[in-house]
Design a binder for this molecule. Structure first.
Ligand code: ZN
Length: 226
C-alpha cells in the first residue's frame, strides 16, 4: 500500500492562489535566471522541507531546470543544485527533450530498498567531470507527487532507481561523494580539493555570497513554498 502523504502531514502540493505579498516574494525568487551551483556551495548541504504549493513560478522553475539539465548533458537535477530549497527534482534518462519521459518528483519518500546492492560509477552536475563508484540498492519504492499533483507510487529499478536515490540524497543535503568507499574517496581526493580551491577563489572575487546570506535567502523562499 502506498504511503499517504496527505494524512502523514508532509503536505500535498496545491495551488493556493497568490496574494500580492506572495507575488512580490516569488518575483524576488525569479528575478535571476537559474544556474547550476557547484560543490562546495552551501545550498548543496541544505536539507529541503516539503513543498506545500505549486504555482506558475514553480512550473517555470521546473521547465528551466530541465533546460539546464539538458544543456549540461545530465539525466537528473535537484532543486538545491539550482540554489532553491524545494523538495523536488527532475529526471530524464534520455538526457534530451523528447528523448525519454520528463519526470518530476515532489516530496519523495523512499522506502523498501531491495538487494542486490550494486556498484556503479556516478557523476553529478554540481561536481562536473568527477566520477566515482557508489553502492546502492538496485530497487527502491517511491512515494511522491508529480507537477500535476498526481501521486507517484511504485517500485523503481536499475538506472532510474539509482538516479532517484542520488537526487533524493541531494534534497537531504547529501552528495554522492559522501557515500564513497575509502579507496574510491582517495581516488578523487585531489579533484575534490580542486573544487574547494575554485569555490574559495570565486568567493574572494565576490561571485558567491556569504554563508549567512545564502541561508537567509533559502529561508525566505521556504516561507513562501514550504
Ligand atoms: Zn548530483
Amino acid at each position: 500500500m502506498c504511503f499517504d502523504l496527505l494524512r502523514s502531514g508532509t503536505g500535498h502540493p496545491i495551488d493556493r492562489g497568490t496574494s500580492s505579498r506572495q507575488a512580490k516574494q516569488t518575483r524576488i525568487i525569479r528575478e535571476n535566471l537559474l544556474d547550476i551551483i557547484e560543490y562546495p556551495h552551501p545550498a548543496l548541504r541544505h536539507k529541503s522541507k516539503a513543498l506545500r504549493r505549486v504555482d506558475a513560478d514553480l512550473r517555470a522553475t521546473v521547465s528551466e531546470m530541465f533546460s539546464l539539465m539538458y544543456a549540461a548533458k545530465g539525466i537528473g537535477l535537484a532543486a538545491n543544485q539550482v540554489d532553491l530549497p524545494y523538495r523536488m527534482f527532475v529526471i530524464n534518462l534520455g538526457s534530451d527533450r523528447g528523448e525519454d519521459d520528463e519526470l518530476v518528483f515532489i516530496n519523495p519518500i523512499l522506502s523498501r530498498p531491495k538487494a542486490p546492492v550494486e556498484e556503479e560509477d556516478e557523476g553529478c552536475l554540481s561536481l562536473p567531470g568527477l566520477y566515482a563508484p557508489v553502492r546502492r540498492p538496485s530497487s527502491i519504492h517511491v512515494d511522491a507527487f508529480n507537477l500535476e499533483g498526481e501521486e507517484i507510487c511504485g517500485e523503481f529499478q536499475g538506472l532510474l532507481a539509482r538516479v532517484i536515490q542520488h537526487e533524493t540524497d541531494h534534497l537531504d543535503g547529501v552528495m554522492f561523494i559522501d557515500r564513497l568507499s575509502d579507496t574510491a574517496e582517495m581516488g578523487v581526493r585531489d579533484e575534490i580539493a580542486e573544487f574547494h580551491r575554485r569555490f574559495e577563489q570565486k568567493r574572494e572575487a565576490g561571485e558567491i555570497p556569504s554563508d549567512a546570506a545564502i541561508t537567509q535567502r533559502l529561508k525566505q523562499i521556504e516561507t513562501v513554498y514550504c
